[in-house]
Design a protein around this ligand. Structure first.
Ligand code: ATP
Ligand code: MG
Length: 406
C-alpha cells in the first residue's frame, strides 16, 4: 500500500466520516509507487468546496475558483480539490469553465498523463481506470485520452511530458510522441513562467541529455530557445544556471528567468570564454563560444607573476574578481576541469577582491575622490598577479611609492 502521512490521512478520514469520497491523487501516488518521497500530497474529493469547509475548523480559500480549499492541519495546509471536469479550452491555455462532478473517473480523465491519473485511499485501494500502473511499470508517458486533443487544450502538457521523461527516465508512447511533434509550436501560447518552470525541471532531470538530444527541435519550437546539438548535462550539478549556461545560445532572458539566474548564466559564459582563450583556444571539452562579440582581454599573455605563482592560479583569481565564485565554479564544472585549484584558492584565502585587501581607502592618505578607488584596484591588481603579498605594510609602502611617483 501507499504510506499516506498522518495529517493527510486525517483529512481523508474526516471527509469519509461526513459521507464524502476522498483520495490522494496525482503526483503523490505516482511518486509513492516509484518508491520516491512525494513533494506534496494532493487530495481529491466528491465534496463541493462549501462541504469541505463544513468538515474542518480551519480552511483557506487558496484556489476556490478551481475548487481547491486548503485544510489547515496543525498549521500545515493540505490542498483538497473537488472532483472536476475542465470545460472547453478556447485559448490553448486554461479552461473557459470548470465543472464540478461527483465522479472520480471523470476527474481522473481530465488529468494529463496516465501515470498522473491514479488515486488512492486505504478503504478502496488504488483507483487506476487509465492504466497508469502499467505505464509506470513500463516507464511510459502516455496522454489520458486523445493526445492531439489534450495538447490542444493545454499545450504546456507537451513540455510536461518531456519533463517527466527527463526526470523519470521514461519514454514517450508513440501517439503521444507524434502529437508532440505536431503541436510543439503551440507551447509558445502558454505563459512564459509556466514554460520556464517545466523547462527548468526538464534540464535538471536524470535523462536531460537524452531528452535535449532527442527532442531538440521540439524544445526549440516550444521554448523559442536555440538548443544546440550536443550537451553534456548529466555530469553537471543540479543547478539551473550552470545547466543553462552549458546550453550555448540559450538566452535565459527569453524565458524570464530571475535576474540572479540571468546574471549568473552571463558570468559563467564570461568565464568560459576567458578560460578558452587562456588555455589556448578550443579545447575539446570547452562548451563552445557563446555570447556576443569577442572576449575582452581578460588575461595578459605574458605572465608577470614572478614569485612562482602558477599562471592558472593567477588566472582564476582574475576571474574570481571579475565574475565571482559561483560563476567560476560553474564554468570549471562545465569544462570538466575540476574545481580543486579553485577550492585551494578559497581555503588558502587568496585575495581577489577589494573586500579581502589588507588595506582600505582610508589607509591611503589620498583625498576622497575617484583616485582612491583607482589606487585600491591597482593594489589589488598587483596582489592578484602575485607581484605583491596581501600584507598591510607592503601595500602601504607600495602605495606611498606610487604617490611619490606622482
Ligand atoms: P510534481 O509535483 O512532481 O511536479 P505533479 O504530477 O504533482 O508532479 P503538479 O503540477 O503538482 O504535478 O500537478 C498535480 C496533478 O494535477 C498532476 O499529477 C496531474 O494529475 C494534474 N495536472 C497538473 N497539471 C496538469 C495539466 N496541465 N493538465 C492536466 N492535468 C494536470
Ligand atoms: Mg505536485
Amino acid at each position: 500500500g501507499i504510506q499516506v502521512p498522518e495529517k493527510v490521512n486525517y483529512v481523508l478520514r474526516t471527509l469519509h466520516e461526513h459521507g464524502h469520497e476522498a483520495f490522494v491523487v496525482g503526483g503523490c501516488v505516482r511518486d509513492s509507487l516509484l518508491n520516491k518521497t512525494p513533494a506534496d500530497w494532493d487530495v481529491t474529493t466528491s465534496a463541493m468546496p462549501s462541504e469541505v469547509k463544513e468538515c474542518f475548523a480551519h480552511t483557506a480559500d487558496t484556489g476556490i475558483q478551481h475548487g481547491t480549499v486548503s485544510v489547515i492541519v496543525e498549521h500545515e495546509p493540505v490542498e483538497v480539490t473537488t472532483y472536476r471536469v475542465d470545460g472547453t479550452y478556447s485559448d490553448g491555455r486554461h479552461p473557459d469553465t470548470v465543472r464540478f462532478t461527483r465522479s472520480l473517473e471523470e476527474d481522473l480523465a481530465r488529468r494529463d498523463f496516465t501515470i498522473n491519473a491514479m488515486a488512492y485511499n486505504e478503504e478502496t485501494g488504488l483507483q487506476d481506470p487509465c492504466g497508469g500502473r502499467t505505464d509506470l511499470r513500463n516507464g511510459v508517458i502516455r496522454c489520458v485520452g486523445a493526445p492531439e486533443q489534450r495538447f490542444s487544450e493545454d499545450a504546456l502538457r507537451i513540455l510536461r511530458a518531456l519533463r517527466f521523461t527527463s526526470v523519470l527516465g521514461f519514454s514517450v508512447e508513440q501517439n503521444t510522441e507524434s502529437a508532440i511533434y505536431d503541436l510543439a509550436d503551440r507551447v509558445r501560447m502558454v505563459a512564459v513562467e509556466r514554460i520556464n518552470a517545466e523547462f527548468s525541471r526538464l534540464i535538471l532531470g536524470q535523462r536531460a541529455d537524452l531528452v535535449l538530444t532527442r527532442y531538440r527541435g521540439v524544445l526549440s519550437r516550444a521554448t523559442g530557445l536555440r538548443i544546440p546539438a550536443v550537451n553534456d548535462l548529466d555530469r553537471l550539478p543540479a543547478s539551473v544556471p550552470v545547466r543553462l549556461a552549458s546550453i550555448a545560445d540559450a538566452d535565459p532572458k527569453l524565458l524570464k528567468y530571475d535576474n540572479r539566474t540571468v546574471r549568473l548564466v552571463r558570468d559563467i559564459r564570461g568565464v568560459l570564454l576567458a578560460l578558452e582563450e587562456f588555455s589556448g583556444g578550443s579545447g575539446e571539452n570547452s562548451a563552445g563560444a557563446c555570447g556576443a562579440g569577442r572576449a575582452m582581454p581578460l588575461y595578459k599573455k605574458e605572465n608577470r607573476s614572478g614569485e612562482g605563482t602558477e599562471p592558472a592560479r593567477v588566472q582564476l583569481r582574475r576571474l574570481l574578481r571579475m565574475f565571482g565564485e559561483d560563476a567560476v565554479r560553474g564554468a570549471l564544472e562545465i569544462r570538466g576541469d575540476g574545481t580543486a585549484l579553485l577550492e585551494r584558492i578559497l581555503t588558502d584565502g587568496d585575495c581577489f577582491s577589494l573586500r579581502q585587501l589588507a588595506v582600505t581607502g582610508c589607509d591611503l592618505g589620498l583625498p576622497p575622490g575617484p583616485e582612491v578607488g583607482k589606487r585600491l584596484n591597482r593594489l589589488l591588481d598587483a596582489v592578484i598577479e602575485g607581484e605583491l603579498p596581501n600584507e598591510r605594510e607592503l601595500l602601504l609602502r607600495r602605495n606611498a611609492a606610487w604617490t611619490n611617483e606622482g
